[in-house]
Design a protein around this ligand. Structure first.
Ligand SMILES: [Ca+2]
Ligand SMILES: [Ca+2]
Ligand SMILES: [Ca+2]
Ligand SMILES: [Ca+2]
Length: 417
């Protein structure tokens, strides 16, 4: 962005936090002025990689911000973006979220195969393998959703974009975040310098991947999270093997028939990534198919991260239904930060068995996992698919709180709340 001047006046309500994304230079500090200039936070030494620095400012009233370069002579500091928010907190319901976070939704691992349509917008079509043999015509996501996000207002409906995840993406835009898709044929990279390298995003959302990540992609994903990225991991139902039917008479969710469905794709990432193969996020996905209508077995403890996901700016997440989903087993010994958020109604609250959703931190990054893709399904998208509104459409009203869960989790993963 371009700053009009070296400093900018903020509205009188401000008790701001200022997030500054910068790269390629030397040392700088953020100062604030009410009556005299005061440094906020620590001096930042920039690197050649765009990096977010967040400053908590404890000033009230009108505040001016100044970025003061301390070293490096005439070398340039590249400032890509500055976001200023009220410092309203927000761990226990309500509160504000930092805007300008960048969300990338994966569309490169057959998230559109069969009756799935886990995309935020899809303008094109392609032939995709189907488990019964041959191919079907599926809608195909492109990088930038159309029409432009700039046309979204508070009253824009989710059909502004075409995909079963469009409601999620539109809601993020309404709250000032940015969204893109990673199209099929584009590899997942981190530190590779490409336009869609994960280093350009805050959160990577992967809803029901149906193909294994390559070895290089697994390295990229682990390093992205370790270095501060957010990974939203969504799985679906499965069975002990992907051949035949599961306990409920359904085919496992290997929609393209290559032998791998999303539980197996996630477990492959967590046990075969070459960096830490011992379930480094502290959980493993079980090969099951369960239904809950809905679970109210929600975490009630004081874990601050869990509170932000369950009771954040997008409201309270207290009910989670599964429409053929999988569960996870927690391994706190592998990662002590793993925290169950919902369990099956029949499971022990706070236990390690039969978790339906969870969070963990890893390095300086964060992960959230949920065992059913249906909860993010807004019910509209590819007209050739059987889509059901699990996002907000269950009757009676208030039956579930899936949009609150997904949005709060998004904000937490982005460190926006
Ligand atoms: Ca489809
Ligand atoms: Ca598959
Ligand atoms: Ca499902
Ligand atoms: Ca939709």
């Amino acid at each position: 962005m371009t700053l009009p001047r070296a400093s900018a006046r903020l509205p009188s309500k401000a008790l701001p936090t200022a997030a500054i994304l910068q790269a390629h230079g030397d040392c700088f500090i953020l100062l604030t002025e009410v009556s005299s200039w005061t440094q906020s936070g620590s001096a930042i030494t920039t690197t050649t990689t765009l990096t977010i620095s967040t400053f908590t400012v404890t000033q009230t009233g009108n505040v001016r911000l100044e970025i003061r370069k301390l070293s490096g002579g005439t070398n340039r500091i590249n400032i890509d973006d500055i976001t200023v928010n009220d410092n309203g907190g927000g761990g226990t319901g309500g509160g504000t979220v930092l805007t300008g976070k960048k969300f990338l939704f994966d569309a490169s691992h057959l998230e559109n195969a069969g009756s799935a349509d886990w995309q935020i917008d899809a303008d094109g079509t392609e032939q995709v393998a189907i488990y019964t043999g041959g191919t079907t015509t599926e809608t195909k996501a492109q990088r930038v959703p159309t029409p432009s996000y700039t046309g979204i207002t508070s009253s824009t409906t989710e059909t502004y974009w075409k995909g079963a995840l469009s409601a999620w993406a539109v809601e993020l835009v309404k709250r000032g975040e940015l969204v893109e898709s990673l199209p099929v044929g584009t590899a997942i990279t981190y530190g590779g310098g490409g336009a869609q390298d994960l280093s350009n995003y805050d959160v990577f959302v992967v809803c029901e991947p149906n193909r294994l990540f390559t070895a290089a992609e697994k390295t990229a994903l682990m390093n992205f999270v370790a270095n501060g990225g957010g990974l939203f991991m969504i799985a679906d139902h499965t069975a002990a093997t992907t051949a035949g039917t599961d306990a409920n008479g359904y085919n496992p969710s290997d929609r393209d028939g290559d032998g791998y469905d999303s539980p197996r794709v996630w477990n492959d990432l967590m046990t075969n990534n070459g960096i830490n193969n011992n379930n480094p996020f502290g959980f493993f996905v079980n090969y099951v198919d369960i239904n809950e209508s809905p679970s109210t077995n929600v975490y009630t403890g004081s874990n601050a991260d869990a509170q932000k996901v369950l009771n954040g700016a997008a409201g309270t997440a207290s009910k989670m239904a599964f429409y053929d989903g999988s569960t996870a087993t927690l391994f706190p010994a592998n990662n002590s930060t793993v925290q169950g958020l919902f369990w099956r109604n029949s499971a022990t609250n706070g236990g390690n068995a039969n978790a339906m959703a969870l969070l963990a931190t890893y390095g300086s990054g964060r992960v959230v996992w949920i065992g059913d893709s249906s909860d993010a399904d807004d019910g509209t998208g590819d007209t050739g698919d059987n889509l059901f509104n699990g996002w907000s459409g269950d009757a009676p009203s208030g039956y579930t709180s899936h949009s609150s869960f997904h949005l709060n989790a998004s904000f937490w993963l982005a460190k926006a709340q």
